[in-house]
Write a protein that binds this ligand. Structure first.
Ligand code: GRF
Length: 185
């Protein structure tokens, strides 16, 4: 089974997927909308082909998503794993990969959707937040939930220490959820 990871930034979740040991899928391509993002070097180090693009070079979201879909279809990609991909997916991608596109989000959804979920939780003074793996639909962080794990907020946490704790959980939960999902589908 072939899969694509979509990312825009650091790529620590991409790296966690690559280092998770035997996976039921091959990461056939990294799709990245930020040609200078650190995740690109990570992909190259793992020998994973990269498709990077700048949205502003296309007439619309539909245009760049059509190109993405045609590249994925050429490669025989069946699954998309969003890992810090900072763009809202449009109908072109969603229709091509219905029920085959998942995302990781650093909160216990439906709490704190959207950008800066860790900062939102920190500001809200909650006792616990977490990590969610979910299917992608047309909303922002609204699709059906696949896996969740709670992460406590400690009294002496800074946003930075909370972020570290959440990311450590992400790096375990995402590969585990992918393994389970692809084995049962
Ligand atoms: C992660 O916190 C993920 O949950 C969110 O974006 C962040 C990406 O981080 N969707 P990285 O690029 O994988 O390090």
């Amino acid at each position: 089974v072939k899969a694509a990871v979509f990312a825009s930034g650091t790529g620590s979740n991409f790296q966690a997927i690559m280092e998770a040991g035997p996976m039921p899928c091959e990461i056939a391509v990294l799709v990245c909308d930020q040609p200078e993002a650190p995740v690109i070097e990570k992909a190259e180090a793992f020998g994973v082909p990269v498709f990077s693009f700048r949205a502003k070079n296309y007439a619309s979201k539909e245009h760049y998503e059509r190109e993405i879909v045609s590249r994925l279809e050429e490669l025989g990609v069946e699954w998309i794993f969003l890992a810090g991909y900072m763009r809202i997916c449009g109908p072109t991608l969603l229709q091509a990969y219905t029920d085959r596109m998942i995302n990781i989000h650093p909160s216990l959804l439906p709490a704190f959707p959207g950008k800066d979920a860790i900062g939102q939780a920190f500001q809200a003074n909650v006792e616990a937040t977490g990590v969610t793996v979910h299917y992608v639909d047309e909303g922002i962080d609204t699709g059906p939930i696949i896996a969740q794990q709670e992460v406590p907020v400690m009294p002496d946490d800074s946003e930075g220490t909370l972020k570290k704790r959440i990311q450590a959980v992400e790096h375990q939960l995402y590969p585990a959820a992918i393994k389970e999902l692809i084995l049962i589908k």
